[in-house]
Design a protein around this ligand. Structure first.
Ligand code: URA
Length: 210
C-alpha cells in the first residue's frame, strides 16, 4: 500500500492556517500556496538520487554530491487549481519539465473526462509528481494517474495541499502503489463535495473567481 506523508513542518502548518482563512485575499492566498508548495517540494524530493562530482573550492579539490542527472522529474498539475502549486515547486527543481492534464466531470456519468493532455518529454523515464491542491473524492487524481499508467509511466507520486479521508481511501484503492504527500488530512467531504474544514474552492481562491 502506498504511504500518506503528512508534511507537518511548522512553517507549512503556519502558512496553511492562513491559506484556510476565508479572510485571506487572493494575492496573499496565491503567495502562501506558492510558499507551501516550495516547502512541500523539499519533503517530496527527500529521497532523490545523488551522484558524486569533483569540485575545486578556493582551498582544495573535493568530492561533493549533486542531484543525479538520471533522476529526471516531471510535474503534472491537474488544471486549473494544480497550476497554483507549480511555480513554488519549480523554484526548488528548476529543471523539472511541466506537463498538464485537463479534466472535467461529465454531468451525466459524473466521470472525469480528459480535455487536455500534454506530458513532459520521455515521461516513462521520469519521476512524475501529479499536483492538485484538493484531494476530495479522488476522481481527478485517479483519472490522472490512470492516464499516466496507460502511457507506461511507473514512477508516480501525488501531491496535494489538503486531502479528505475519502479521497485518500479512493486513491489507495485504485492505485495502491502510489505515495501521497499532503499538508493535512481533514475531517470529511460534505454533500457539496467540499473538504471540511478545507479552504473552499482552491481554483476560485487562487484566481479570484467565484
Ligand atoms: N475542490 C476544491 O477546490 N475544494 C474542495 O473543498 C474540494 C474540491
Amino acid at each position: 500500500m502506498g504511504k500518506v506523508f503528512v508534511c507537518d513542518h511548522p512553517l507549512i502548518q503556519h502558512k496553511l492556517t492562513y491559506i484556510r482563512d476565508k479572510n485571506t485575499k487572493t494575492k496573499d492566498f496565491r503567495e502562501l500556496v506558492d510558499e507551501v508548495s516550495s516547502l512541500m517540494a523539499y519533503e517530496i524530493t527527500r529521497n532523490v538520487a545523488l551522484e558524486q562530482v569533483e569540485v575545486e573550492t578556493p582551498v582544495t579539490k573535493t568530492t561533493c554530491h549533486i542531484v543525479s542527472g538520471s533522476n529526471k522529474l516531471g510535474l503534472i498539475p491537474i488544471l486549473r487549481a494544480g497550476l497554483g502549486m507549480v511555480d513554488g515547486m519549480l523554484k526548488l527543481m528548476p529543471t523539472a519539465e511541466v506537463g498538464h492534464i485537463g479534466l472535467y466531470r461529465d454531468p451525466q456519468t459524473l466521470q472525469p473526462v480528459e480535455y487536455y493532455v500534454k506530458l513532459p518529454t520521455d515521461p516513462t523515464q521520469r519521476e512524475l509528481i501529479v499536483i492538485d491542491p484538493m484531494l476530495a473524492t479522488g476522481g481527478s487524481a485517479i483519472a490522472a494517474i490512470d492516464l499516466l499508467k496507460k502511457r507506461q509511466c511507473t514512477r508516480i507520486k501525488l501531491m496535494c495541499l489538503i486531502a479528505a479521508p475519502e479521497g485518500v481511501a479512493a486513491v489507495q484503492k485504485a492505485h495502491p502503489d502510489i505515495d501521497i504527500y499532503v499538508a493535512a488530512v481533514d475531517e470529511y467531504l460534505n454533500d457539496h463535495g467540499y473538504i471540511v474544514p478545507g479552504l473552499g474552492d482552491a481554483g476560485d481562491r487562487l484566481y479570484g473567481t467565484n
